[in-house]
Design a protein around this ligand. Structure first.
Ligand code: NAD
Length: 490
């Protein structure tokens, strides 16, 4: 792993939503802070018939819209845009590629520049792109290829996508993005667990009662309705983001983090392989599928999913499930996962709930005690809270009250919290794969999800309804409450 002096950052799908809304603003911030290799070019590629100036105008507008006002710096925008080039290619038409190859060769140190090929296009185009790059000699290391979810819709299709890319790129060149892993608070979970001593003795089934992972959105499917309808919450969120978060909570301490070794990914894989496989009876008992009907979100009326979509559908917009990690550390500790759209709040968080004290000497007390909890808030305000019981000040006995120690990133660090893509794009340029999903991880996650998806499909049950703007279907509460526990709302 070394920091290159020259880089060609090629974005296939350069006119698309992801490129304009996320990738360009991330590259802008990296450039603004002087983190890009000095000799970096950004080469946007798509079918649209544009020239450099035409694309720069689109990019300028995108930066004006998607970079926060306090970081708008017109000189810095123009500096980035000078790096930006545009090439029209229909990636499915071999005869249209030559201008891109010419552009890649047309620079000083063309052989030394690290080439990053970011496939910000539909997965059906991964094959044609990798093939053209490969047969024309552009897939040799240190070239890198970056792909986004969805990587398949089940195990077989994920293997097919991976095979397609692997035909021309070695696994050490393939960066599969899960942008949750680029979030500061998620990386801080690794630091909290592995750079401190106070948690580790407690981080197991002796002290932890259960773990909750919630990724709740207030938004509906928006302009991705057709894509979403083919996917659903299990494929779109659980298979990747939620299982990745679970891995970071449950994994064993790695030997090294970020040093170019495979330890973190090895340990995450072991967690995925230790997830309790679900039988059809387990799926019936331990999973809940939901779908929003009309309701109110943020004081505004919201349509139901089927009305938004315009046709009948069996797709779920909500999933809650209970699973276990079957290994020495976690035996018997439930992990409750839930995610959904059009819920009452937008929050992503991990809550680790500790066991009650083995004996309560305050039996005569007033007030309440609650189990200790560690909450890692991934969004919106990134941070961490430790919930404990304290004595309420006052004479006359012990009145206990739950209080929290609050670490808000915004308050604790006088620094902007970078967007996940900034960290991840720099890691791609640097060649650091720690925060990217390896092929075997993706496939292990699909292997675990598949029996759930298959059973849902064969049972052909309509997902349970929940009104838009609510906290999800009633059954998701029953799922956890029948174990004598409840969802923690911070
Ligand atoms: P999009 O539809 O907005 O953009 C697709 C891009 O591909 C456009 O630039 C289009 O011109 C280009 N394209 C299509 N066919 C082409 C061809 N034959 N030759 C050359 N270019 C072609 O899609 P998007 O939302 O930007 O998503 C891109 C990828 O990232 C998809 O795989 C998507 O699933 C994934 N993704 C997107 C988001 C997001 O927030 N948008 C989030 C996660 C994953």
């Amino acid at each position: 792993m070394h920091f290159p002096e020259a880089c060609d950052f090629v974005v296939f799908g350069g006119t698309g939503d992801l490129a304009l809304r996320k990738l360009l603003p991330a590259l802008y911030h990296c450039d603004l802070e002087g983190r890009l290799p000095v000799d970096t070019r950004v080469i946007a590629v798509s079918r649209s018939d544009l020239d450099d100036d035409g694309y720069r105008a689109e990019a300028r507008a995108a930066l004006a819209e998607h970079v926060a006002p306090e970081f708008q710096d017109l000189a810095a925008v123009e500096r980035l845009l000078e790096r930006v080039h545009y090439v029209t290619v229909d990636v499915q038409d071999s005869s249209s590629w030559q201008p891109l190859f010419d552009t890649l060769k047309d620079r000083e140190n063309a052989d030394e520049a690290v080439r990053v090929f970011y496939l910000s296009v539909a997965p059906s185009l991964f094959g044609p792109i990798c093939h053209e790059l490969g047969v024309n000699g552009f897939a040799e290391a240190p070239a890198r290829v970056v792909v986004e979810k969805p990587i398949g819709t089940d195990l077989a299709s994920a293997k097919a996508v991976n095979n397609t890319i692997s035909e021309f790129f070695d696994e050490s060149q393939i960066f599969r993005i899960d942008h949750y892993l680029g979030k500061e608070s998620v990386q801080n979970l690794l630091v909290t667990r592995f750079a401190n001593t106070f948690l580790e003795p407690l981080w197991n089934s002796h002290s932890i009662d259960h773990v909750q992972i919630t990724v709740a959105e207030t938004l509906g499917t928006g302009n991705r309705a057709d894509y979403y309808d083919r996917s659903g919450a299990m494929r779109d969120m659980v298979q990747n983001h939620l299982l990745q978060l679970l891995c970071l909570v449950a994994m064993e301490p790695p030997i090294e983090i970020g040093g170019g070794r495979e330890d973190v990914r090895d340990e995450k894989l072991k967690v995925l392989q230790a997830l309790k496989p679900m039988t059809p009876a387990d799926v019936d008992r331990d999973t809940v599928r939901g779908r929003y009907t009309s309701g109110w979100v943020g004081g505004k009326p919201a349509e139901g999913y089927v009305d938004e979509l315009g046709h009948e559908s069996m797709t779920e917009t909500f999933v809650a499930l209970r699973t276990e990690v079957q290994n020495w550390r976690w035996a018997g500790v439930p992990f409750y996962l839930r995610t959904g759209k059009r819920l009452d709040r937008r929050v992503s968080e991990i809550v680790v709930v500790f066991k009650n004290a083995p004996y309560d000497p305050f039996r005569q007390r007033e007030g309440v005690t609650e189990p200790n909890r560690l909450t890692i808030r991934v969004q919106p305000e990134e941070g961490m809270q430790i919930h404990l019981n304290a004595k309420e000040p006052g004479p006359g006995g012990y009145r206990l009250k739950p209080v929290s120690l609050d670490l808000s990133y915004a308050n604790a660090f006088d620094k902007r919290s970078p967007d996940a893509y900034e960290r991840l794009l720099m890691d791609v340029i640097r060649g650091n794969m720690t925060l990217f999903m390896r092929r075997d991880e993706v496939e292990a996650a699909w292997a675990w999800c598949e029996p759930i998806l298959k059973h849902w499909e064969s049972a052909a049950l309509t997902p349970k309804s929940y009104p838009a703007g609510s906290a999800g279907p009633t059954a998701s509460f029953t799922l956890i409450e029948r174990d004598g526990r409840s969802w923690q709302e911070s």
